[in-house]
Design a protein around this ligand. Structure first.
Ligand code: CMC
Length: 429
């Protein structure tokens, strides 16, 4: 795919010819791999202009608000598919036939329980620990339990690990919540759908099993679909980088969870609610909008803006519709925090500062509101993002391992001291 070439002119040196690679859709990329031979590197902190890998899983056109998984638009997947089908698609490249789907769902359900011994890990954590801290620990700890699927060079092991992770994440996420509440942990119920089972493990107790609302289960499933993958974001790149050293899949996913935790990434859904609390009342909005615009103030409107989407976040459009459905089902109309959120949305969509910088509400703006309405505590929001994103992470990890790859090892522009000699302690000033 490299019939075009770019020429790099470096003063005082011979021109360098660099191949231009063309993908199926999206911009061409200049292949700079041969540059090392010239003794030079490229400099691109934040990877604003750098493709770190080739991938067939997800395509994003940020200018036009397009998100495709294996070619299928996210809007169609949210409308016509379900989370486990989307998992199959991401992992295997095609939507399943009815038979393949039944087999996949049954296999996932066979793996929903976690080793009983894993429960004892929880006791080592304080009950008020942040759920993401506990998730980093217990997901990493899975590698100490499933030795039979840790050979990363064995495709069958990779497959079993992928299924285990998709199957066990809801169980672990609900265990984290129950532990924080001091309630007994609930075993998974394999007669329920993936989303119903998660809500069952979260909200039911051994002494009271209530039926799960189909509207809330559908909303949960949509949240899972909309967070399933998003190409080479910070956490997925972390998983790929960890995986490139040969680390086992459970350790790689734990690394992804850690990267997701930050408020600029998956932590944004939690940060949205914290921000709404901080703003407190509609009458304070103008003050906070002014803070968001002030270059000397670190405050940012959480849930607005995106590194890639510079027009609209297609996930946010679907999420907003689900948000309306959930609020209607729960009869929430006059919630002051919701009123505040809607007013912020209105301002951001009309204020020149936000328009000029293309700062639209992103997926986390609405998912935070939905999760709160369902009754999920704010500190669990990013855990739910991690649960849903696990399939994306593991699909990228599998894709990387299925073709020749190199350990990820970025270079740097060194601006520290040149070589110097140590002076004796007594002579140092
Ligand atoms: N509030 C106020 N100003 C903002 C915001 C915001 N949320 N986001 C960006 N800006 C301004 C920024 O100050 C800069 O202004 P100027 O050009 O005058 O210097 C301009 O917009 C461009 O911002 P940037 O920081 O260069 O953009 P980025 O692509 O590096 O950052 C972002 C993207 C998502 C980290 C950022 O928009 C942000 O921090 N948003 C809030 C956190 C958030 O909601 N994150 C969730 C993203 S969706 C979930 C996911 O996929 O992980």
């Amino acid at each position: 795919m490299a019939d075009k070439k770019a020429q790099l002119i470096i003063e005082g040196a011979a021109p360098v010819e660099l191949p231009i690679l063309t993908g199926t859709v999206g911009p061409d990329v200049i292949d700079v791999r041969s540059l090392t031979a010239t003794g030079r590197f490229t400099f691109d902190p934040g990877f604003m202009s750098t493709a770190s890998c080739e991938s067939k899983i997800t395509y994003i056109d940020g200018d036009n608000g397009i998100l495709l998984h294996r070619g299928y638009p996210i809007e169609q997947l949210a409308e016509k598919s379900d989370y486990l089908e989307t998992c199959y698609l991401l992992l295997n490249g095609e939507l399943p036939t009815a038979e393949q789907k039944a087999q996949f769902v049954s296999t996932v359900k066979n793996h929903t329980m976690v080793h009983e011994q894993l429960k004892t890990f929880f006791n080592g954590f304080r009950r008020d620990a942040h759920p993401m801290a506990v998730m980093c620990g217990v997901v990493g700890a899975l590698s100490a339990f499933y030795h039979d699927s840790l050979d990363i060079n064995n495709p069958q092991h990779r497959e079993i690990s992928a299924i285990r992770l998709v199957a066990k994440m809801p169980t672990l996420a609900a265990m984290v919540y129950k532990y924080s509440m001091g309630q007994p942990m609930m075993y998974p119920r394999n007669d329920l759908s993936y989303a119903e089972n998660f809500l069952h493990m979260m909200f039911n107790t051994p002494c009271e099993i209530k039926p799960i609302s189909p509207v809330l289960a559908k909303a949960m499933d949509r949240i899972f679909i909309l967070h399933a993958d998003h190409e080479q974001n910070a956490s997925t790149s972390t998983v790929r980088l960890a995986g490139s050293s040969g680390a086992n899949p459970f350790a790689c996913i734990a690394a992804g969870i850690a990267a997701l935790w930050g408020p600029a990434h998956g932590g944004a859904n939690e940060a949205v609610l914290t921000m709404l609390d901080e703003i407190g009342d509609v009458s304070n909005i103008d003050k906070f909008i002014a803070k968001a615009k002030d270059k000397n103030d670190p405050f940012k409107l959480m849930g607005f803006g995106h590194r890639v989407y510079k027009n609209r976040d297609p996930r946010a459009t679907v999420m907003k519709q689900t948000c309306d459905e959930v609020l209607k089902e729960l009869g929430i109309q006059n919630d002051p925090q919701l009123e505040l959120a809607m007013r912020l949305e209105e301002i951001a969509l009309t204020d020149p500062y936000f328009i000029e910088r293309s700062l639209y509400p992103n997926v986390d703006f609405y998912s935070g509101i939905i999760l709160k309405a369902i009754g999920i505590p704010t500190s669990m929001f990013t855990v739910i993002f991690a649960l849903a994103r696990t399939v994306g992470w593991i699909s990228h990890w599998k894709e990387m391992l299925s073709s020749p790859y190199k350990i990820g090892r970025p270079r740097q522009l060194y601006t520290g001291y040149e070589s110097r000699d140590i002076t004796k302690l007594e002579d140092r000033k």
